[in-house]
Each structure stands twice: as C-alpha cells, then as structure tokens.
Design a protein around this ligand. Structure first.
Ligand code: FE2
Length: 367
C-alpha cells in the first residue's frame, strides 16, 4: 500500500498525515504551531520529506504550523486561492488536484465557516475541515470574520450530493468520536436538517453562540503567519469552533434557561433542590474538576436512549451540567424536545463552578 493516512491528534483540533510510502513524501493537514517541532522530528524519524502543509482554512481557534514548518523544512504552504495568510505559497481552486506518486488529493471549495474553507477528497475519505463535524458537533461556526451562513448552507448542499460511502474526517472533534460515513452524517448531523437557506440561517441564529474575542486575535495572528506559539493566549479545552450542534428545528426553537454558578450555589444554600444531571464522561467526574454532590450521571452520548430513567423528573427543575456548557446545552435541548419542561444549563459548567472556588467532590459515584 502506497498510502499512509494517519490522524496525528485524537481529539480537539484534528491534524492528519497523508503520505506516499513509495515516494517518501508527506502532506500534513491543519497542524498546530505548538506541535511544529514534534511533527518535524516525527517526519525525520520516519524518513518522510514534508511536501506541504495544507490548511483547510484560516483558523481562529489555534495557530497554524504552516509558516513555521515552511521555515523548518522548506515545504510548500497550500491554501485556497481566497486565503489571506500572507506566506501561503500555493493556492488551490475548487476542483484542483495535487498528487505525490499514486496519492491524489482533490480540493472542494466549501465557503461558509470562512470564505477560504476547503474540503479534501482522498480516495474514500473526505477531510471536511470545519465545514462539517460529526453528529451533534454540527459544523464550524459562521459568526467569525469571513463567515457566511448562507454560503455554508450551499457548501453543505454540495457535500450532500457526494457519495454516502465517503468517510468523514473532520477538522475538530471535541468528544473523541470515531470517523463516520457521509451517509450517516446526512441522517444524524443537525446541520443537514434545514432544507432552505433561510431555515439554516434562522437555525444558526437560535444557537446563541458566546462571544469569542480571543478567536479574532488568533485569526489575525494566522493571517500574519506568526511563528510564535505564545503570540496569542488561547484557552485550553474549549470547543470554540463548534456551534454546539443542536438536534432539530423543534429543539432549536426551545428556549433553554441558564444559571450562573454563584447564583446556583446561593439558591441551593437557601434550600433549592433541583435534579442535578451531569452529562460528562465517567472519568471526568473524578478528575480535577470533580462533580457536585448528589448528581445523576448520564453521558450526553447516551442521554437520548436513557431518558426513561429520569422520566419521573419531567416536571422538575433539572440543572444540566458538563465541563464548559456545550454538552449540557445539547442534553438540555434533547430533554426539552422530549417534554422535560424546566431544564436549566449551568453556565460555564464545572469549569466556572471551580473558578468560583465552590465545593466539589471527586469520589467515584456509587453504583
Ligand atoms: Fe475553524
């Protein structure tokens, strides 16, 4: 087999290695600046020459390693023709191809998340950048400079005409999901649900994305092609590029309530006793952030199938809790859709709770 294809990250910002074993040449897709030296060493160790870094778009959540790897290895830096990072060396258009030996990449221009977004077709694989994530991760947000929801709708329509059998490799995955087919995503991903451009734009407006001033600074640094990984302070563990994909038009139109950590603690001290539902993964409950005493735990991945276990709380106040608020919102929307009438999301999740110095426990839950 000539083709080497490997995700170089397991979750968060996804980076992919594509190489020809015969030609000993490689491309790296969407590498992060903080990993540049590590990637250079890895390539050297494997005897691969870096042909090019390809960025699927100008990123706003992490610094690109493209410019630095150009300096370190002499590789090309490839982006779409509309891309604004100043040191890009090679520009591709919709339908352009690049090849190394028998390995061929085909580029598809998919504006929306950004004007310069591209997807990359590699045999049976579709690297979707931030044009499409997996399942309720939805897709990249369209509210940053250069974003355009209407264009994103058209780009998703373009992808929806591609074969169901393609395997989707997204630019971000914040929950360790495994790759899935485009056919599955057409069924499961909420961003494929709106049928018209107006519906899509309305759907995005209803997601109420949080402010992201730091993301604009990251974008500026990427346009300037910084080589300094410390040039912008980037919050860790934030699913910033994701639009917190919601589940249906019905769910999206439900008004979700929020509560601040401090306010919640004050109310609980005064006797308020909501049903506390933590939707994180099991190892997170006993890790640094801990959990609140008295929680019920159902992971957001399982909540849709386990709602009957909490059916007796349908009319109770429920506080949905996760690490930062994203998964809790997804769970809250699912519950609202299923008729739970008073679901409240803990704003900023356990991160905010801990930042306020409020008490937590870290013992494993008793079965
Ligand atoms: Fe992005």
């Amino acid at each position: 087999m000539d083709l080497i294809f490997e995700p170089l990250t397991q979750q968060g910002c996804m980076t992919y290695l594509i190489a020809s074993a015969a030609e000993k040449q490689a491309w790296i897709i969407d590498p992060s600046l903080k990993e540049a030296e590590r990637y250079e060493a890895m390539l050297k160790q494997r005897g691969l020459k870096l042909n090019a870094v390809i960025d699927t778009h100008a990123h706003a959540d992490h610094l690109s390693a493209g410019p630095k790897l150009m300096d370190l290895t002499g590789c090309h830096y490839v982006m779409h023709s509309s891309a604004r990072p100043k040191d890009v060396t090679d520009r591709v258009e919709d339908g352009s191809e690049l090849s190394i030996g028998s390995i061929k990449l085909k580029f598809i221009h998919t504006p929306g998340h950004t004007e310069d977004s591209i997807c990359i077709l590699l045999n049976d694989k579709l690297l979707t950048g931030d044009t499409l994530f997996l399942d309720d991760g939805g897709a990249g947000r369209d509210d940053l400079p250069g974003g355009n929801p209407g264009d994103h709708f058209e780009s998703l329509a373009k992808l929806s005409k591609m074969p169901d059998s393609l395997i989707v490799y997204p630019g971000h995955d914040y929950r360790g999901r495994r790759p899935s087919t485009l056919g599955e995503q057409k069924q499961r991903n909420p961003f494929f649900k709106p049928k018209t451009k107006d519906e899509y734009v309305h759907f995005l407006q209803e997601l109420h994305l949080g402010p992201a001033e730091w993301m604009k600074k990251v974008l500026e640094a990427n346009l300037a092609c910084t080589r300094d990984p410390q040039s912008v302070a980037i919050p860790q563990g934030v699913s910033a590029c994701e639009t917190m994909g919601t589940l249906s038009d019905c769910a999206a139109s439900q008004e979700i309530q929020y509560i601040d950590a401090q306010e919640m603690k004050k109310k609980m001290d005064a006797g308020w006793a909501p049903f506390l539902l933590d939707v994180r993964e099991t190892p997170e409950l006993t890790a640094e952030l801990g959990h609140l005493p008295g929680i019920t735990h159902i992971s957001v991945k399982e909540i849709a199938h386990r709602l009957d276990e909490i059916a007796s709380h349908k009319n109770d106040e429920i506080v949905s809790i996760c690490k930062l608020g994203g998964r809790a919102k997804t769970a809250a929307q699912l519950m609202s859709e299923a008729g739970f009438s008073k679901v409240i999301v803990l704003t900023g999740g356990m991160t905010a709770w801990n930042e306020k110095g409020l008490p937590v426990v870290r013992e494993a839950l008793s079965k």
